[in-house]
Design a binder for this molecule. Structure first.
Ligand code: MF3
Ligand code: CO
Length: 247
């Protein structure tokens, strides 16, 4: 069963969402050539802690860091390290927080300095695919309408969508039912209802959708080494339509 949130739960999830949007904004301002990903991780920890929240990823199934920092061909679950960002790189920052037992989850992909036009287009299309998915997060639609909207938008632009990682329900834990694939046929699966809260998170690749996992057992990279981008928002389904809690 997909949980429906009470008014009180929604109020708390809105707070968790606003905290995370502030954290993401500060991280975005700090991303530049020369900074290392572990420095971004430490900054994230300080920002989250100063909001009386807790990083949601640390320790989740043994994940070793506060945030995920995925560079270039890394799709998701890049582990912060001493690696320094350089001009032309793209980086996805994926951050989840727990505020008093209420979770929010968001991701953005940014270019470092000047990036090539293909990388820029990949980032724009992935953000656009997220927006298209969010538009379908309305009571009465089918869950798979979100999946279909994401996939068709990304593929129409000539890109591919990752299959192995999916969006998810979110609330009193980071991952709740349902799973929200970024591909599929419309009008299938459960019907969306007011009170559902989703983390919608397309991962879009410039080349093949296929991926493999690095030796660290976490980081997914594209099978062909081409670039990948990732955007995510936590979204509540309300009687006024989709409300982006991490905007
Ligand atoms: N946004 C991703 C997800 O919701 C990141 C999870 S990182 C993990 O699955 F460490 F928590 F696995
Ligand atoms: Co997520």
């Amino acid at each position: 069963m997909i949980p429906l949130k009470s008014e009180k739960d929604l109020e708390m999830l809105k707070i968790a969402g606003r905290i995370l949007s502030r954290v993401m904004q500060r991280l975005r301002e700090s991303v530049k050539a020369g900074i290392s990903t572990v420095e971004l991780d430490s900054l994230a920890w300080k920002l989250i802690e100063s909001e009386q929240a807790i990083p949601a990823f640390k320790g989740y199934k043994g994940y070793p860091a506060n945030i995920c920092t995925s560079i270039n061909e890394e799709i998701v679950h890049g582990i912060p390290s001493g690696r320094r960002l350089k001009e032309g790189d793209i980086i996805s920052l994926d951050v989840g927080i727990n505020y008093k037992g209420y979770f929010s989850d968001a991701a953005i992909t940014l270019g470092i300095g000047r990036i090539d036009s293909g990388a820029k287009r990949l980032i724009d299309v992935t953000g656009g695919a997220l927006s298209e998915g969010i538009r379908k997060a309305r009571a009465g639609n089918y869950l798979s309408d979100i999946s279909y909207a994401v996939q068709s938008y990304a593929e129409a632009a000539g890109f591919s969508v990752v299959r192995e990682f999916v969006g998810h329900g979110i609330g009193n834990s980071l991952h709740e039912e349902p799973e929200i694939p970024n591909f599929g046929q419309p009008h299938q699966g459960p019907v969306i209802k007011n009170g559902m809260v989703f983390a919608i998170e397309p991962m879009v690749n410039a080349g093949t959708w296929r991926s493999r996992i690095l030796e660290n057992q976490w980081t997914a990279v594209t099978a062909d080494g081409e670039l990948s981008a990732h955007f995510e928002h936590t979204v509540a389904v309300t009687d006024k339509g989709p409300e982006i809690l991490t905007a």
